[in-house]
Unconditional design. Structure first.
Length: 179
């Protein structure tokens, strides 16, 4: 899939809106165990409400799946078809992925789990399927989703399973939440 384009705007010294960045996201993570997987971090806010004032790029903060305490993070994730990795990943590969993403505690991996990349974070996530189709795997159910569908993910144990033969791209807006 193509890179994720990121446009950042500010008000200049005269109060006029301008685009100061326009290009691929500078923070993209991949997973060697899942060829075709990518997570492009677009923006991180470390408070709510976020401060708009003086500009400073936020994607260079330490990388984690979750937002900072009291903050939010926006990312676009591309999921390759499960057939490209399922049956070839185990505890070691899953642990390496969550460690590389800065959130080893988010993994709820179990050999008996319905998907190897099950995870749970204390976040409220707004998810929009941009391209393709995917299955949201929960502890007790599965929900098939296609482009245009949305999910409000409220801190539950889950995984994203792409059972099609094409990549799927999802936009996530994740917000720190109380238990």
């Amino acid at each position: 899939m193509k890179s994720v384009r990121r446009v950042v705007t500010i008000d200049d010294n005269e109060g006029k809106s301008v685009a100061i960045m326009d290009g691929p996201s500078p923070d993209v993570r991949t997973d060697p165990a899942r060829p075709g997987f990518s997570s492009a971090r677009i923006w991180v806010a470390d408070s709510s409400p976020p401060v708009i004032g003086e500009y400073r790029d936020t994607v260079f903060r330490p990388h984690t799946i979750e937002p900072p305490p009291g903050g939010s993070v926006c990312r676009v994730v591309t999921f390759p078809p499960d057939d490209t990795f399922c049956g070839r990943v185990g505890a070691r590969e899953v642990e390496a992925f969550f460690r590389a993403m800065g959130s080893p505690h988010a993994s709820s991996y179990s050999p008996k789990a319905p998907h190897p990349f099950m995870q749970k974070t204390r976040t409220l996530d707004f998810c929009l399927v941009l391209e393709g189709e995917i299955t949201l795997v929960l502890d007790t159910a599965e929900v098939h989703l296609k482009a245009g569908d949305t999910v409000v993910q409220r801190g539950t144990n889950h995984a994203w399973s792409n059972r099609s033969d094409k990549s799927c791209r999802i936009a996530f807006s994740s917000h720190d939440a109380a238990p």
